[in-house]
Design a protein around this ligand. Structure first.
Ligand SMILES: Cc1ncc(COP(=O)(O)O)c(C=O)c1O
Length: 467
């Protein structure tokens, strides 16, 4: 009863007596409800707090069965150890943890080279929380450069715009809104799902701060024609004098193309590509959250955007949206680089690509699914259903009963009538898991085909795209 006065001394004595003869489950904390809305007056033994939260988290999905997210769900135990050893280091305290900063710079250098920055360039970059922060910082630098150039030329600088396809991740739209830049979004076309250089040419003008191009789109894993966009922009530069940079969103593709398609020109080999972001926590094979932003040359970032700070005990420069952040994922990225090397990454990417292709072929062969990303450039399979009277949303829900997490969603503008399932194949999703998944997806399919559940339209509202 609420009004009953609790005798705390008595309870504590009883807790002590019990703790040597029972487990956390025998303690009083397992017969009362867990504090949810207010900070409790008194705490509880560590063992009970741990067990309560641990048990509650069992309600989350199993990361190993999560085909929705691109984000890494497994690292080697040695990497786990390094992560735990550096959990207590705030990355921004560079003066206190100088070696961590040195390691960050090594990763930036390795990435600039992996992205084929020309030798004569002085590439610079930074670790971020993820690709979202990296994209915002990259685009901000381009906005700044454009504005300073316009000012110097005595021209208006109040109407910046950015051109990109509707295939971009939502963070690009966020950038336009948060940083007050007009968004020129090119709608998609059914059966293409990316933009073309001609589309871009129609949208750019003297106020375009940058063109966004994606390698490995969120929706279908496809790739914008970056080389063609670059060539068109070079021509515009010659004919009209507009020097429009490309920022490549390599959130997932940036860690795949260098290993699987080394001859594909999408990176700093192209003149107008001035900045690239990549998610370390996606195919960089590191836990969340780490992203990277690399500028082709130090002249691509205006000096006055970089803050020099001295209150952490030394002079240091900082270009970030966030200030404090953990060091462990940066260190884990370096671990992967020296542990795997180019060939180690390549082996993993090859396995993922082959397994994704196997899954796509098997699904296509059933005659029940149509694979949308037919070129299979990236280890991801996007399918739509053929001739059924149930939806991908229902199929996704049915798969969830078995523990599989597979997002269902509709494609962006102009292709919004197409609803798809997307399966991201990660390194810890081997051939055997794919076989098990194939059995379960077909079982779920046949169940829906026969069952009354197909008439339940509730699933239609159940958009489960996880970016
Ligand atoms: C193409 C693309 N860009 C940007 C992002 C955002 O990346 P992050 O989650 O690392 O912020 C994603 C996330 O999936 C993505 O697929």
């Amino acid at each position: 009863m609420l009004s009953e006065k609790i005798d705390v001394d008595k309870l504590e004595k009883s807790d002590k007596e019990h703790s040597s003869t029972t487990t956390a489950y025998g303690s009083r904390y397992f017969k009362t409800s867990i504090p949810k809305y207010e900070l409790p007056d008194d705490g509880m033994p560590a063992q009970a707090a741990y067990q309560l939260i641990h048990d509650e988290l069992n309600l989350d999905g199993n990361p190993a069965l999560n085909l929705a997210s691109f984000v890494t769900t497994w690292m080697e135990s040695e990497a786990d150890k390094l992560v735990m050893e550096s959990m207590d280091k705030n990355y921004v305290d560079n003066d206190e943890y100088p070696q961590t900063q040195v390691i960050q710079e090594r990763v930036v250098n390795m990435l600039a080279r992996l992205f084929n920055a020309p030798k004569e360039c002085q590439s610079i970059g930074t670790a971020t929380i993820g690709s979202s922060e990296a994209i915002m910082l990259g685009l901000l630098a381009h906005k700044w450069t454009w504005r300073e150039r316009r000012k110097a030329e005595g021209k208006s600088w109040d109407k910046p715009n950015i051109v990109m396809g509707a295939d971009v991740h939502t963070v690009w739209e966020k950038f336009a809104k948060y940083f007050d830049v007009e968004l020129k979004l090119i709608p998609l076309r059914e059966d293409l799902y990316t933009i073309t250089a001609e589309d871009v040419a129609l949208e750019i003008d003297e106020n375009t701060i940058a063109v966004g191009a994606v390698i490995g789109t969120t929706f279908t894993g496809q790739m914008d024609p970056i080389k063609e966009i670059n060539d068109m922009l070079m021509e515009i530069r010659e004919t009209k004098g507009w020097n429009i940079p490309i920022h490549v969103d390599g959130a997932s593709g940036g860690f795949i193309a260098p290993f699987l398609y080394p001859d594909l020109e999408w990176d700093f080999r192209l003149e107008q590509v001035r900045s690239i972001n990549v998610s370390g926590h996606k195919y960089g094979l590191v836990y969340p959250g780490v992203g990277w932003l690399i500028f082709k040359d130090k002249t691509d970032i205006p000096e006055d955007l970089v803050f020099n700070i001295n209150y952490l005990g030394g002079n240091m420069s900082n270009y970030s949206l966030n200030f404090s952040k953990g060091s462990s994922t940066i260190i884990a990225q370096y671990y992967n680089f020296i542990r795997l090397g180019f060939n180690g990454y390549k082996d993993i990417m090859n396995n993922m690509a082959e397994n994704a292709k196997y899954l796509a072929d098997k699904l296509q062969q059933t005659g029940k699914f149509e694979v949308i990303n037919k070129q299979m450039t990236f280890p991801l399979v996007t399918v739509r259903l053929k001739d059924t009277d149930f939806t991908v949303f229902q199929l996704s829900g049915k798969l969830r009963e078995k523990g599989w997490i597979v997002p269902a969603y509709t494609l962006p503008e102009n292709a919004q009538d197409i609803a798809v399932l997307r399966m991201v194949i990660k390194e810890n999703f081997g051939r055997d898991m794919i076989e098990l998944f194939l059995t379960d997806i077909m079982e779920a399919y046949h169940h829906l085909e026969k069952s009354e559940e197909k008439n339940d339209q509730k699933g239609k509202d159940n958009l489960t795209l996880l970016y």
